[in-house]
Design a binder for this molecule. Sequence first.
Ligand code: HEC
Length: 137
Amino acid sequence: MVTKPWFLAFLLAGGVVMLGACGSDDNEASPSTPSTGGVDPSELPGAEVYAQSCAECHGADLRGTDKGPSHLSIVYEPGHHSDDSFRNAIANGVGAHHWEFGDMDPVPGLSVGDVDAIIEYVRAVQAREGFEPYPPE
Ligand code: HEC
């Protein structure tokens, strides 16, 4: 990520203006410089939900276990398995069709927000790690 100096200057100037507007003249405001991209997927809220609800079968690293497939397989690439296929698998389960691990049961107790967070997390790890071939070697 290239941070352009003019962008930083712009942010700093903005910060000064905002401080002025609040009428506060102490300079202790934490320099909350927004992170410039490069988010570590493990810091996303979905990482924890995934670890609790999905990692048992799909692996803490998403690479699968003896109970479920890797979500880094090319079959789970967004064009093959859309975000809705994740929503569907969680809500309704899914019959075995790509693998021989057996069926996936529905995963109860997750809110819509949890599910969105899981999808965001999976997509972020996929984007960072890339995909494994299918069938796996
Ligand atoms: C008890 C084991 C288990 C758990 C827990 C589990 N899964 Fe699965 N999941 C499977 C298996 C096995 C398959 C493979 C089915 C097949 O052969 O295509 C699968 C397939 C999927 C698929 C592919 C659906 C499709 O349309 O082909 C998605 C998406 C998925 N899981 C997401 C999740 C998410 C997200 C979680 C956590 C909320 C989760 N799974 C938890 C076992 C599990």
